[in-house]
Design a protein. Structure first.
Length: 76
């Protein structure tokens, strides 16, 4: 029985997660010949405040870019 664990930063909609589950299941069926009923998938949404890289929280790393984007839009 294949067990797939997927972690994503932030959140995804129900439709997006449903699509991920369908795509991953289909891939395991096509590539490994697994029974789709046996494929188990868990999607874990990790808050960007609970995830860091390069010495910064992802939430903090993304803030300057968002502020720059907002500034660029307001000056147009």
């Amino acid at each position: 029985m294949p067990f797939v664990s997927i972690r994503i930063s932030g959140t995804a909609t129900r439709d997006q997660k449903s699509g991920i589950v369908a795509d991953v299941t289909r891939s395991l069926v096509e590539r490994l010949g697994k029974n789709p009923a046996a494929v188990q998938i868990v999607i874990e949404e990790v808050s960007t405040e609970n995830y860091g890289a390069g010495g910064l929280l992802i939430a903090d790393r993304d803030v300057p870019k968002l502020q720059e984007d907002a500034h660029a839009e307001s000056s147009q």
